[in-house]
Design a protein around this ligand. Structure first.
Ligand code: 0L1
Ligand code: MG
Length: 262
């Protein structure tokens, strides 16, 4: 049986408080053994409403768990979506305060910006390609509100796919001038190359991730509106960060961006 609305809001408040107070919680399925993926999305949408009521603004959408490396790393088996808020945004080549985070990890991602409404069901990669002009290099900082990053799919969906910060690069390139499948990325941590990948790690093609987002949103009768900034998902596994760490993501054909944890 689906959870009641007051219980959904209570669970969303629990995750909101954990993020604001920089502490972890046990995964929601520990308290609610029958908690389903659908309940997870109910909590995520309640969390989004709580933050918007508190004054945050929606700034984009994200896909998560889109690569085999990520699914294997986290022990789950299906991509998910979440939301981005203006309070998560960090300019390229600036700093991220560890005081606002719990146990962050860094993922290099290709971000896309839509130029028209995109809707499912049945959204194809061709439909999605026709709805984007530009690709932008990005990094997502994930920071699970669950102890030791241990969760299952419904719990991580409720926690907005662990989203915490995102860093956007300054190079926008026309998608038609790029091969997003073979576009490579190297991530350096403190000057050492620590992970490598190519766009194909994201569901075979990062634009497939955008199409999947449209199809997942259709299950809630939602669309991706024109002008939406979408993070398509980590190209490599997520890399642990602590105070003092400096990360650079070097994207083939899309330039580089960096961030320092202080
Ligand atoms: O953006 C992502 O792929 C993260 C999804 C949630 C799983 C995690 O915390 O690693
Ligand atoms: Mg991500």
């Amino acid at each position: 049986m689906p959870l009641s609305t007051p219980r959904i809001v209570e669970l969303a408040r629990r995750l909101e408080s954990a993020a604001l107070e920089r502490r972890t919680e046990r995964k929601l399925t520990d308290a609610e053994p029958d908690f389903t993926l659908s309940d997870g999305y109910e909590v995520q949408w309640a969390l989004r409403n709580l933050r918007i009521t508190a004054g945050a603004r929606l700034s984009g959408l994200k896909m998560g768990l889109t690569s085999r490396a990520k699914m294997k790393q986290m022990g789950v088996d299906s991509p998910i979506y979440g939301f981005l808020l203006d309070e998560f945004y960090v300019p390229a080549d600036s700093q991220i305060a560890m005081s606002g985070l719990i146990h962050p990890r860094v993922e290099p991602e290709i971000a896309l910006v839509t130029n028209r409404d995109l809707r499912g069901p049945g959204c194809t990669i061709a439909n999605a390609l026709a709805a984007i002009d530009f690709a932008v290099p990005a990094m997502e900082i994930i920071d699970s509100r669950y102890t030791d990053f241990k969760f299952d799919l419904p719990s991580v969906v409720a926690d907005n796919g662990s989203s915490a910060r995102y860093v956007v690069g300054t190079t926008a390139r026309r998608v038609r001038d790029l091969d997003l499948r073979t576009l490579g990325v190297v991530v350096e941590k403190n000057g050492e190359a620590v992970s490598f990948g190519a766009g194909a790690a994201v569901l075979g093609h990062p634009v497939s991730s955008l199409a999947m987002l449209a199809n997942l949103l259709a299950l809630r009768e939602q669309i991706i509106p024109a002008g939406t900034y979408v993070m398509t998902g980590g190209i490599t596994e997520a890399i642990k960060a602590q105070a003092g760490d400096h990360f650079v993501a070097r994207f083939q054909d899309l330039g580089s961006l960096s961030t320092r944890f202080v």
